[in-house]
Design a protein around this ligand. Structure first.
Ligand code: 5GP
Ligand code: ZN
Length: 123
């Protein structure tokens, strides 16, 4: 879509730090990270908001969400059970939708936010 910054990232018309790519999805580092790990996962095909997704996009949305734990693990923020029985690590997944949802870029994206504290709750 014209004038969509994330479509331009998909088309490699503007640079980004890509961490994952397949035929349907692209993941790259957020330009203004809110935490040590801050990735954005997007469908390559332009969908403006989560509310614009159609029933036929359900499989695509599932793939988008399912990529988050894989990327989190690759970037060292999967939750890990410690020897003492405590759970450490972890990450936040977030989709902002519309103005009141805090959406700034109108191409559907899933934030994957994690890494060592302090950062929790800042996004
Ligand atoms: P939203 O508020 O729409 O959920 O989040 C948009 C995110 O996109 C923000 O965290 C912002 O830092 C990120 N962003 C905006 N423009 C660019 C860009 O050109 N490149 C990258 N890598 N991230 C961007
Ligand atoms: Zn787009």
């Amino acid at each position: 879509m014209d004038n969509c910054i994330f479509c331009k990232i998909v088309a490699k018309q503007i640079p980004s730090s890509i961490v994952y790519e397949d035929e349907d999805l692209l993941a790259f580092k957020d330009i203004r990270p809110a935490a040590p790990v801050h990735l954005l996962v997007i469908p390559k095909r332009h969908i403006g908001t989560l509310s614009d997704a159609k029933p036929e996009d359900t499989v695509l949305l599932g793939k988008l969400l399912a990529l988050a734990p894989k990327l989190a693990a690759e970037h060292g923020c999967a939750p890990v059970l410690q020897a003492d029985g405590s759970l450490q690590g972890g990450y936040k997944t977030l989709i902002n939708t519309g103005p009141d949802g805090g959406q700034e870029v109108y191409h559907l994206h899933l934030h994957v936010i994690g890494g060592p504290h302090p950062w929790r709750g800042q996004h």
